[in-house]
Design a protein around this ligand. Structure first.
Ligand code: FE2
Ligand code: FE2
Length: 151
């Protein structure tokens, strides 16, 4: 997977995490079978932190729950695949790797972009948690966020 500026959404910490996501993914994709599980665990740890970060922002600004539910759904799949990899099915792990770039591009350009846009609109400071433009709060729900990730 390649990081491109098209993936940048304008929220610094989110973009940084997404760059790291691409790096972790590439390390996993390049891992030989002997170190695959260790690379998978590193990828999962980063993904948990990545999702937790966005989930915490959404909780702080009352962003609707469909995005968190998507995180939970994907993480459940990843954890399930991890358990099978541990039992020796590395091929299943590699199949997941084939699917992940498309998922990430769809998710980043859909749900993450909607969140980033909202965070910028309300002038949410990720360091202090302060909303600079509270008048812009509200007015976003699941139907307007995006349904592109539902597939
Ligand atoms: Fe994300
Ligand atoms: Fe997300």
């Amino acid at each position: 997977m390649q990081w491109t500026e098209e993936l940048a959404l304008g929220v610094g910490p989110m973009d940084q995490t997404h760059k790291e996501f691409v790096d972790c993914f590439n390390a996993l994709a390049a891992a030989p079978n002997e170190t695959f599980l260790a690379a998978f665990d590193a990828f999962i740890a980063h993904t948990v932190a990545h999702f937790d970060q966005e989930n915490a922002w959404m909780a702080a600004i009352n962003f609707p729950g469909c995005h968190k539910a998507e995180h939970d759904r994907v993480l459940a799949v990843i954890v399930d695949v991890r358990a099978r990899v541990e039992k020796g099915d590395v091929a299943l792990g590699r199949r997941l790797i084939e699917e992940l770039p498309q998922w990430f591009e769809t998710h980043a350009s859909g749900m993450d972009a909607a969140l980033a846009f909202h965070m910028q609109t309300i002038e949410f400071d990720t360091t202090t948690g302060v909303v600079g433009n509270p008048a812009a709060l509200g007015g976003v729900d699941c139907s307007t966020a995006t349904t592109a990730d539902q597939a």
